[in-house]
Design a protein around this ligand. Sequence first.
Ligand SMILES: O=C(O)CCC(=O)C(=O)O
Ligand SMILES: [Fe+2]
Length: 282
Amino acid sequence: MTLPGLFSAETLERYKATVARVRSETDHGPDEYGLGDRIGQLHQREPDLLDLASHPEILRFLTWAFGEDPVLMGSLNFDKGTQQDAHIDAIFFWPEPSYSMAGVWIALEDVSPDAGPLFYLSGSHQWPFFSSDAVVASFPELAERREAARRGQLSEEEKASLIAELGVAWSQKLNRLQSELAGEPVRPALKAGDAVIWHSLLAHGGSPRLDPSLSRKSVVFHYFGSTAKLLTMEQFMLHDGDELPHLPPTATPRMRYQGLEYMRFDYFVTYSAKGQVVHPLG
Ligand SMILES: O=C(O)CCC(=O)C(=O)O
Ligand SMILES: [Fe+2]
């Protein structure tokens, strides 16, 4: 669903200036065109970035969709297109109930068709959904290691690589569904200040960047329903679908920015040539 023209040029300029200031102070992985890598959870250090996330029209829509107030869980700032394959965000931070999460993607500038626009697979939120037990049914070796992890028999390192492999297997399942069920990816033409909201289970991604010199400044905010549980990718991958509703959620303190509640995490994350860097907040 698209909410066009929510933000004025002035509001967007203020937002982009804050992100640019942080990028100038941090190794943000700039490429040969000076375009940086994504930055996660920057609003934790710069709460004024929630000026966009707390727009009343966004909150009103999410309140309707969740049947309760939304609470913001995370943000990702992009300088350029991500070129991500079609994926479903929920497996990375599982919401219980499964519908009670949404992504809100905001164009901070007009998006050129050559800059790797956002795409989604229409209707994919209503496709059959596989929890991890269904996915490993066709991967006996993974199923065995998953059982070992469930019994606490893997080291943290072994468990981490298993979770990553389960993520790949899960994506293969999604790719198969995509070839059976998906039509052409939909690429909404987006202008500066437009917002796109996707359902927790909608498959989406970033198109190829046909012109690598083009920026695609944008931000995505992820929200949960206020009483929804936040589970981790590890919980999603190691527990059967019928166990997920009964697991203990990640407990996070909550803060408020104007009309919006948000989960407090005391760090933000940059990505550079050296990999992911977690910056603790004082
Ligand atoms: O902006 C994109 O290209 C995709 C972003 C995305 O999938 C996400 O942040 O969840
Ligand atoms: Fe995503």
